[in-house]
Ligand binder design. Structure first.
Ligand code: GDP
Ligand code: MG
Length: 171
């Protein structure tokens, strides 16, 4: 059997948007309410995507790194998930600068990227419209998912990770 491809994925976004919850949901199909927000972890995971076994290394960043650490994480990764929280406009405004830094650090351009608006279960507290997320993703030429790490009924979280793996493999 062919050696399975290995992809390095890093998850970025402001502290508190649910990066750890999304990663844990993807890995365990469970939601865990509280995670040490200062914790940075890497995980290994294998999945069958489009009839191919893909090995992933996933870096869950803490979201409060300094510029140098951020750039290091960006150099390390092959593909990136930028997460914002639909109930926190500030976290949405953090997305474009993160993308800008990615484009600076990673050359050539067109870095494999997926945009995730998390906490879609908190509709009553929404501050960022679905169309705004779609528009930003279109500007960044990347896939967009509105997900909930805590109520992930449609398997949206896994789909976001899988799509990123596909995007990395296409390059
Ligand atoms: P991180 O700092 O980006 O890693 O964020 P965490 O994963 O630690 O989550 C921050 C807070 O948001 C925690 O209290 C989580 O329980 C909560 N949270 C994360 N994802 C969701 C979600 O999809 N829905 C809701 N309602 N809360 C979430
Ligand atoms: Mg975290």
């Amino acid at each position: 059997m062919a050696k399975s491809p290995e992809v390095k994925l890093a998850v970025f976004g402001r502290a508190g948007v649910g990066k750890s919850a999304l990663v844990v949901r993807f890995l365990t199909k469970r939601f865990i309410w509280e995670y040490d927000p200062t914790l940075e972890s890497t995980y290994r995971h294998q999945a069958n995507i489009d009839d191919e076994v893909v090995s992933m290394e996933i870096l869950d960043t803490a979201g409060q790194e300094d510029m140098l650490q951020k750039e290091g994480h960006m150099r390390w990764g092959d593909g990136f998930i930028i997460v914002y929280d639909i109930t926190d406009r500030g976290s949405f405004e953090d997305v474009a600068p993160l993308r800008g830094l990615l484009e600076e650090v990673k050359k050539p351009k067109n870095v494999p990227l997926v945009l995730v608006g998390n906490k879609a279960d908190l509709e009553h507290a929404r501050q960022v419209g679905t169309e705004e997320g779609e528009r930003l993703a279109a500007e960044m030429a990347c896939a967009f998912y509105e997900c909930s790490a805590c109520a992930d009924e449609g398997g949206c979280v896994a789909e976001a990770f899988y799509e990123l793996c596909r995007e990395v493999r296409r390059r």
